[in-house]
Design a protein around this ligand. Structure first.
Ligand SMILES: NC(=O)c1ccc[n+]([C@@H]2O[C@H](COP(=O)([O-])OP(=O)(O)OC[C@H]3O[C@@H](n4cnc5c(N)ncnc54)[C@H](O)[C@@H]3O)[C@@H](O)[C@H]2O)c1
Length: 256
């Protein structure tokens, strides 16, 4: 997938990785760009700067994702690349309230399902379309200190995998973007966050995305070492879990 001349939708595009992707896709020559975020003024500002069509939406609402897809089709014709990127993080474990578990599940997983439902019927008919789903290394490995993030990102990765296995032969492409720390509000808002060490810039993540889309690789890993951690996890799960416990002890002893 080469972004030039393509019609692209990006969610979570008012800030962080989504904003970076929108700006980068504009530079790469996307033919039509529709960007959406729950932060209305934020997404309008980015859109005005790059000539994109903005929409304020809450990705938890399936009807709003359908409206986003309809808006993109009305403005530019069929969507070529849908980037389901909006996401949130949340600290905690089993004690997190049901409402918060539902909220993070809706944003980090269900939004990807709603996007697939909205675009797939047309994409399967024309045998063309590409999902870039922002997941996280937490979907491949885990997230120290956050069960809801780890679980919802595993769900997102499982769904992306399933889409690729099910529709890859019908011309549907899927990539799962799985970075570790990225220097956005998500971790910068928590000074001393353990992921800040080794964190990538949004620009570095965008470079990895452009290369990953070009090669149509399923896993896009801005931190290449994640592939090695994944191999170690598969190779000896118990040893990997012992390593996670050591990492958890280190992170918590540093108070982050
Ligand atoms: N920053 C990291 O370290 C990191 C690492 C791995 C994966 N990710 C993932 O990258 C994606 C983008 O995160 P980011 O780091 O750019 O964070 P960010 O907080 O800078 O940006 C997230 C964007 O999503 C929007 N958003 C949140 N809830 C929404 C909703 N219900 N509907 C519509 N928009 C909503 C926010 O307004 C914001 O603009 C997320 O899926 C996140 O899980 C981030």
């Amino acid at each position: 997938m080469i972004v030039q001349d393509q019609v692209v939708v990006v969610t979570g595009a008012a800030h962080g990785i989504g904003e970076g992707l929108a700006r980068r896709f504009h530079k790469e020559g996307a033919r039509g760009l529709v960007i959406a975020d729950i932060d209305g003024p934020g997404v309008h500002k980015v859109a005005a700067e790059i000539g994109a069509v903005p929409m304020q939406l809450d990705v938890r609402k399936e009807a709003q994702i359908r409206e986003l897809v309809a808006l993109a089709r009305e403005k530019f014709g069929e969507i070529d690349l849908f980037c389901s990127n909006a996401g949130i993080s949340m600290r905690g474990g089993e004690e997190v309230s049901d409402d918060d578990w539902a909220r993070i599940m809706d944003i980090n997983f269900y939004a990807h399902l709603y996007a697939a439902r909205a675009v797939l019927p047309e994409w399967r008919k024309r045998r063309k379309g590409y999902f870039l789903n922002t997941v996280s290394a937490a979907g491949v490995l885990t997230q120290i200190g956050s069960a809801p993030y780890a679980v919802t990102k595993h769900a997102a990765l499982a769904f992306a995998e399933w889409l690729s296995a099910s529709y890859g032969d019908e011309g549907i492409g899927v990539s799962a973007l799985c970075p570790q720390g990225v220097r956005t509000n998500m971790i910068l808002a928590e000074p001393g966050h353990f992921l800040l060490e080794g964190a990538k810039t949004v620009e570095e993540v965008c470079d990895a995305v452009i290369a990953g889309l070009r090669d149509e690789t399923f896993l896009i890993l801005p931190h290449p070492e994640v592939a090695e951690y994944f191999r170690r996890k598969a190779g000896d799960y118990d040893r990997w879990l012992r390593g996670m416990r050591r990492l958890k002890a280190k992170v918590f002893s540093q108070g982050s």
